[in-house]
Design a protein around this ligand. Structure first.
Ligand code: HEC
Length: 248
């Protein structure tokens, strides 16, 4: 049974959000492919840092060790932007835009942590961390608030009264009470579709999903809630509206 905790959900939501940002940045800046920055790395960096970040004659190792100039995303970005002229590393801010530097820093950072976009761990069993997790800003532990959600929850937005707005991609928007009781799916919100297809790389794809939910910064005064969803177009061909579509 899937167990999702308040903390667990927020992590999933954050991961999903950062993936979307990363994907948009990459697609916007380098339309070739999601892994476009792997190619940028090979072209510009591999000669010194090795084709797998393992280091080479002219450049240091970038993987499997603590970095000398800092491991955080901000520090890696700064290393790339400013370079180390005395050691032979060019300042890439001379030839790359801020966005390109961010993307290549993301590539280095994700490769260091073993993230692989071709492996979505779609059918990996869910496991809830039991130990205290320390992050840059807070330490926290996980606590189970609700069981039995769709395997694709997407986002949460805690309400000021302690209830939690929850989106599940294929089911919709609901409200989870502090003691874990889930409301019926909220009527009048965009329709969601539950059919998906699994790509060969074990990645679940679909369209017409409920995605992010967030409160307006002045929610308490104006009551605004923002929803982000995938629209299954209303003026497109029949195929787009069929349930249980499959790639042949
Ligand atoms: C001409 C060789 C050369 C090229 C090309 C080069 N680097 Fe470097 N880079 C170095 C050297 C040498 C250092 C080590 C600086 C030091 O020891 O202080 C370094 C350091 C770094 C660091 C900091 C490592 C640490 O331990 O803190 C990062 C991150 C980095 N490079 C990323 C890149 C990326 C990304 C590219 C391609 C866009 C790139 N480098 C291209 C030579 C190079």
């Amino acid at each position: 049974m899937l167990r999702i905790s308040r903390a667990g959900l927020s992590i999933l939501a954050l991961l999903a959000a950062s993936w979307v940002v990363a994907q948009e940045a990459r697609l916007g800046d380098h339309p070739a492919s999601l892994s476009g920055y792997a190619a940028v790395y090979q072209e510009n960096c591999a000669v010194c840092h090795g084709d797998r970040l393992q280091g080479a004659a002219q450049g240091t190792r970038l993987i499997g060790i603590d970095l000398k100039h800092g491991d955080s995303f901000a520090e890696i970005s700064a290393s790339i932007a400013n370079g180390f002229a005395d050691k032979g590393m060019p300042a890439w801010s001379q030839t790359m835009t801020d966005l390109q530097i961010k993307n290549i820093a993301l590539f280095v950072s994700e490769t260091r942590s073993g993230l692989d976009y071709a492996d979505f761990k779609y059918d990996a069993p869910f496991s809830l961390p039991t130990q205290t997790i320390a992050t840059e800003l807070h330490s926290f532990t996980s606590e189970t608030v609700i069981d039995g959600l769709d395997p694709l929850p997407f986002s949460i937005a805690p309400l000021p009264d302690g209830r939690i707005l929850l989106t599940e991609k294929k089911r919709g928007l609901s409200i989870v009470a502090p003691e874990g009781k889930q409301s019926p799916y909220i009527a009048g919100t965009p329709r969601t579709y539950s059919d998906t297809y699994i790509l060969a790389v074990k990645q679940e794809w679909g369209n017409g999903w409920m995605l992010d939910v967030t409160l307006h910064p002045q929610y308490e005064e104006n009551g605004w809630i923002y929803l982000h969803y995938g629209d299954r177009c209303s003026d497109c061909n029949e195929f787009s509206h069929q349930q249980n579509r499959r790639f042949q």
